[in-house]
Ligand binder design. Structure first.
Ligand code: MLT
Length: 317
């Protein structure tokens, strides 16, 4: 009986009257929100127009939203869309309320995003050399915003401070969208954010841009003349953020297959590719689109970041 009902359930998935929700753990208007909305649109198209909505469950470095999905019914209607935090939060929290390896089904990675060091418009520096001089002349007075310990913006800012051997005051927000508002307003000095959301602000001359975190310059028309951190003299400084989709552990295999099939169609959708490209991001189109490749990659990232975070001695709880 159990078998029959599970199969019947998977066959009906997704039921016409049931919306699929992508829970994402950061504020609306930020880079994770943007990537999730782009994917939701293309996956919805791939699923015959089935409705996919976004739930911004922001806070506690992104752990609130991830925990919500870890504890949700494993029925394919509540999914987690998140980034590198899936690999860094296990090291940033002494008591993370979920287990990234055991509490999720891995559905696939979808994109990789470069990052961009930006500053408030009133900063008295117009390039990296001037910025480094200004930072050295103002030690102890500089603040840098982020989305909490373990977030992408925090990792990049942490790396920036350790490379320059300068300590700044971290100002955490529920996502980089509210942090961006304060940067534009001049309440904070610096932020490292993903290019998908910095590009429109740079274009609108709302913030100053100093460097990108990729090994080579980007092709985006807005950032193509921006030096890389390495060109600007910050040796070995590279950061790339990856985004992926997860379901609660125990979701039926047939449901996971339907979701993974839709994800694979979505990453080939010219509209999805165009949107990522416009934001300086690239679409992932390799073994990491598959559950096994996705999980193996995330586990390797957990192992890579653990000693770095431990050495930094920074905790979110
Ligand atoms: C966001 O979407 O707000 C950012 O990705 C958060 C972060 O910097 O990790």
């Amino acid at each position: 009986v159990m078998c029959v009902s599970v199969n019947a359930f998977a066959q009906d998935y997704p039921a016409t009257n049931k919306t699929i929700t992508f829970v994402l753990p950061y504020a609306a208007g930020g880079p994770t929100d943007k990537a999730a909305r782009d994917l939701a649109q293309s996956m919805s198209k791939a699923m015959g127009g089935h409705s996919i909505v976004i739930d911004n469950a922001a806070g506690a470095s992104g752990s609130i939203g991830a925990n919500k999905v870890a504890k949700a019914a494993p029925d394919g209607y509540t999914l987690l869309f998140t980034h590198i935090a899936q690999a860094t939060l296990p090291s940033f929290f002494r008591n993370l309320p979920y287990n990234v390896e055991k509490d999720f089904e891995y559905l696939g990675l979808v994109s990789e995003n470069p990052m961009n060091l930006i500053g408030r418009p009133s900063l008295p520096a117009n390039n990296m050399a001037e910025l480094v001089s200004w930072i050295n002349a103002n030690k102890g007075k500089i603040n840098i915003s982020n989305a909490g310990p373990g977030s992408a913006s925090h990792l990049c800012g942490m790396l920036f401070q350790s490379t320059l051997k300068v300590d700044m005051t971290s100002v955490p927000y529920k996502g980089t969208a509210p942090a961006m508002t304060d940067l534009i307003g001049g309440q904070v000095d610096l932020m490292c954010d993903q290019t998908t959301t910095t590009i429109p602000q740079i274009e609108g001359k709302k913030v100053k841009s100093f460097a990108v975190t990729t090994p080579t310059r980007l092709s985006s028309p807005v950032l193509k003349d921006m030096p890389t951190m390495q060109e600007a003299g910050l040796k070995d400084f590279t950061v790339t953020i990856w985004q992926g989709l997860y379901a609660p552990k125990g979701t039926p295999a047939a449901v996971l297959k339907k979701l993974n099939d839709a994800l694979k169609v979505a990453v080939k959708d010219p509209e999805f590719i165009r949107k990522q490209d416009a934001g300086g991001a690239s679409v992932i189109n390799d073994a990491r689109n598959d559950p096994a490749g996705h999980k193996a990659f995330v586990m390797s990232e957990v192992a890579k970041w653990a000693p770095i975070i431990k050495a930094a001695g920074v905790y979110a709880d």
